[in-house]
Design a protein around this ligand. Structure first.
Ligand SMILES: [Zn+2]
Length: 312
């Protein structure tokens, strides 16, 4: 018994950094987010008081993420789990949360934060809410982070939650939130000015990822390559889409990086238009390294495509 105790003490001495381990109140909060967008916002607000780890990568379709054992390990260690909500993650997250057996991050627990609370959600279905024909947006459009102004509400929710866990650091989180908001105000002004000459431009997108982005920056999305969110393109829908694009003289198709380009490319060819691969998330391309980088990249990409199309 004595030997075992001694061994444990030695082990502890090896594992802990010199000068005693951090007490619970000083240790960084372990924050796990479902997406890299939320991870970026959590880092903005949490600064050096948090460790942030995202589950899905930005180049993956956030509706359909392949579950891995490593995701359960992340959730086991989490103090706080932040989700996009609106059923974006319903296809893969619930079993992971359950299997983590971490009481802190179960739905409804203190360490579970649904980031969609308090943000502006578009396309909320009226009437009966169903997953008709497999529609993956039964609770409105879950891609709301693509309106950068929604970043404010998300960051505020995160700051409030972090302050709840670490009341002594409230001023720190609020100062970081204010700095984020100030920086966002300037950035939104810049992006809006870049997009302004193309206000009202009609585009098509593959999935309904971009309504919030289009709403903020004045693009007019007239159709989708998918017949319904989450439903693959069908020949009859593709035919109708081509007719509609011809009728309205639409030349640009925005496609998320995780979709097959074959159908969008054939549609673009049929209308003499262009396919543009646009990441809807932080980490979708390496340039989109954080929340600001995502909009810097997407706005610049779209503006340069529209500019060169206008010059033709
Ligand atoms: Zn979606």
């Amino acid at each position: 018994m004595k030997t075992r105790l001694l061994t444990s003490a030695l082990l502890l001495a090896v594992m802990l950094p010199t000068g005693a381990g951090p007490s619970a109140a000083d240790a960084k909060l372990n924050v796990v987010t479902t997406t890299e967008d939320l991870a970026s916002l959590a880092r903005e607000v949490g600064g050096d008081r948090v460790n942030v780890d995202a589950i899905a990568r930005g180049y993956q379709d956030p509706h359909f993420v392949e579950a891995k054992p490593s995701f359960i390990l992340k959730l086991q260690k989490a103090d706080l789990l932040i989700v996009v909500g609106r059923e974006l993650e319903i296809g893969w997250l619930p079993p992971l949360i359950q299997q983590s057996r971490n009481a802190k991050v179960q739905v409804g627990a203190e360490g579970y934060l649904d980031a969609s609370q308090g943000v502006r959600i578009l396309e909320i279905p009226t009437g009966q809410i169903t997953r008709a024909m497999g529609d993956v947006h039964p609770q409105g459009n879950p891609h709301y982070w693509l309106d950068p102004e929604n970043g404010r509400a998300i960051a505020k929710s995160i700051a409030d939650k972090l302050s709840q866990f670490r009341p002594a650091d409230r001023a720190y989180f609020e100062q970081r939130l204010a700095a984020f908001n100030a920086r966002l105000t300037d950035a939104v002004k810049k992006w809006t000015a870049q997009m302004a000459p193309y206000k009202g431009t009609k585009v098509v997108t593959y999935h309904r990822s971009f309504p919030s982005f289009a709403d903020r920056f004045g693009l007019d999305i007239i159709g989708y390559v998918e017949p319904r969110p989450g439903i693959p393109p069908s020949p009859s829908h593709t035919f109708d889409l081509i007719q509609e694009m011809k009728r309205q003289n639409v030349k640009l198709i925005l496609v998320e990086p995780y979709f097959d380009l074959k159908t969008p490319q054939s549609v673009a060819n049929a209308v003499g238009g262009q396919v543009l691969v646009v990441p809807p998330s932080v980490g979708g391309v390496k340039e989109a390294a954080d929340f600001f980088g995502l909009f810097d990249y997407d706005v610049t990409l779209i503006v340069s495509a529209l500019k060169s199309a206008a010059g033709k």
